[in-house]
Design a protein around this ligand. Sequence first.
Ligand SMILES: Cc1cc2nc3c(=O)[nH]c(=O)nc-3n(C[C@H](O)[C@H](O)[C@H](O)COP(=O)(O)OP(=O)(O)OC[C@H]3O[C@@H](n4cnc5c(N)ncnc54)[C@H](O)[C@@H]3O)c2cc1C
Length: 255
Amino acid sequence: MKQDDALKIVKVEKENDDTTSIYFSGPDMERFKNRKPGQYASIRIFQDGAWSAPHPFTLSSAPGDATLRMTIKKSGAFTSSIPAIEPGTPIQCTGPYGQFCKDIGTSKEVVMIAGGVGITPFLSVLRHFKDTGADNEITLFWANKTPQDAFATKELEELTRSLKLHVVHAFSRVAPEDQAAAPAFDDGRPGKISHEYGRLNKEMFLRHIASADASFYLCGPPPMQQAVLEELSSYGVDPGRVDKEAFVFSNPKSA
Ligand SMILES: Cc1cc2nc3c(=O)[nH]c(=O)nc-3n(C[C@H](O)[C@H](O)[C@H](O)COP(=O)(O)OP(=O)(O)OC[C@H]3O[C@@H](n4cnc5c(N)ncnc54)[C@H](O)[C@@H]3O)c2cc1C
């Protein structure tokens, strides 16, 4: 691809101290039109006179959005360079790839479980559900260390108004004396937004999930996934029927 033909970054938006969304679009958008929510793509960004190495990220926008969006947490050198990127910067993007959440639109009862930035495929699905007027019952568990680590919380609150969505925030590093104070984004509507403290566990699932027969989707780092699958198993869900995505390169040398 010639540099002139590349997609361009049109907006860079800070989500919180560690996480930034980039939006991009251009003439090369046709092949993303029929993508599924929850899929990912691989990008290279033109920085300091050269193309970066390719890196995979979930497309966090809804498939119907006019621009593509990725929501990127600082991890190594490349991801730490994202907040300083300027609109107009050329970007190459291959994809879409992946099967995660492939059949989620057909599930009547959905349980989404995210760890940290593992929320991105679910943001894409929920944005798509809003666009398409989905009426399935959705429970979203989102595990973060602190309320400051959670982003897009206002949008999630708004989504609880247009979808049958219950969001359960689970914070693992909030001191007991601070737990009584509701996080700033609590809108005081019980049943729509809940707060739990500690790592996700069977008791939390018992409190918030109507049935172990729901369809389960899990995205987060491998150690978190393993712990959650053990808790789900003791709750009565066969880990084999949980649709899983880990943000891990299957072959880092080729990435
Ligand atoms: C399918 C998929 C979807 C993803 N979606 C998102 C998303 O929506 N948001 C987000 O913030 N991140 C996502 N990631 C993770 C993201 O790709 C990495 O965090 C990013 O590429 C790391 O770049 P870096 O800044 O560490 O770059 P570098 O500094 O170039 O990375 C340093 C080295 O660490 C190794 N490395 C980096 N990341 C990984 C990894 N994930 N697994 C194994 N080795 C690694 C590589 O070998 C690399 O050479 C996704 C990953 C995958 C596979």
